[in-house]
Design a protein around this ligand. Structure first.
Ligand SMILES: *[C@@H]1O[C@H](CO)[C@@H](O)[C@H](O)[C@H]1NC(C)=O
Length: 167
């Protein structure tokens, strides 16, 4: 009674329904993964610290970044974008955030790493507020899933301080 076309249509509809249900299950299963990434960042060296001709403070530092982000990876994780930022307050802005380094982690195997890096992006203040400045380093991550919503979080590492004098 049913034509081939009708059956093919029904089959495709059924397949798409199964696929949609599976996508929902995969993304819901991510809610039950409670990741516990760890990170430590050590400022190994202040390479130089000066006031630019335009009056803005700039610092160059070397960091030793240790991180284990393996628990962010599930079977639904495509990749993880990660960045380290310096965060500090000034009179003008309660929160200044300067990205210092970033990277893309393509797999769980690559998610446990230690690296020695200079700041990849310039650590410049919009003013001369950096001498003796207390700051936090934060490690942020954005998890890009194969299906479902992207999610982001961070680890805050407080207690860093820039030198009192240019060098
Ligand atoms: C630095 O971290 C501390 C402790 O988590 C927090 O109280 C403070 O607000 C942070 N400072 C900035 C500028 O985000």
């Amino acid at each position: 009674m049913h034509s081939i076309g009708y059956r093919a249509n029904a089959l495709v509809t059924f397949a798409l329904t199964i696929l949609a249900v599976m996508c929902v299950i995969v993304s819901v299963s991510d809610w039950f993964n409670h990741p516990s990434p760890t990170s430590q960042v050590e400022v190994v060296n202040i390479n130089w610290f000066s006031k630019n001709p335009d009056g803005d403070d700039e610092v160059s530092l070397t960091m030793y970044i240790t991180a284990n982000l393996q628990s962010l990876f599930t079977w639904n994780t495509k990749q993880v974008f990660v960045f380290v930022a310096a965060e500090y307050g000034t009179r003008k802005n309660a929160l200044n955030q300067v990205s210092l380094w970033d990277g893309i982690i393509p797999s769980k195997e690559k998610a446990n790493f230690n690296i020695h890096v200079h700041n990849k992006y310039r650590f410049v203040d919009q003013g001369s507020n950096l001498r003796g400045k207390d700051f936090n380093l934060t490690l942020h991550w954005h998890v890009m899933p194969k299906v479902g919503k992207m999610f982001a979080d961070k680890i805050v590492m407080p207690g860093y301080r820039l030198p009192e004098a240019y060098r």
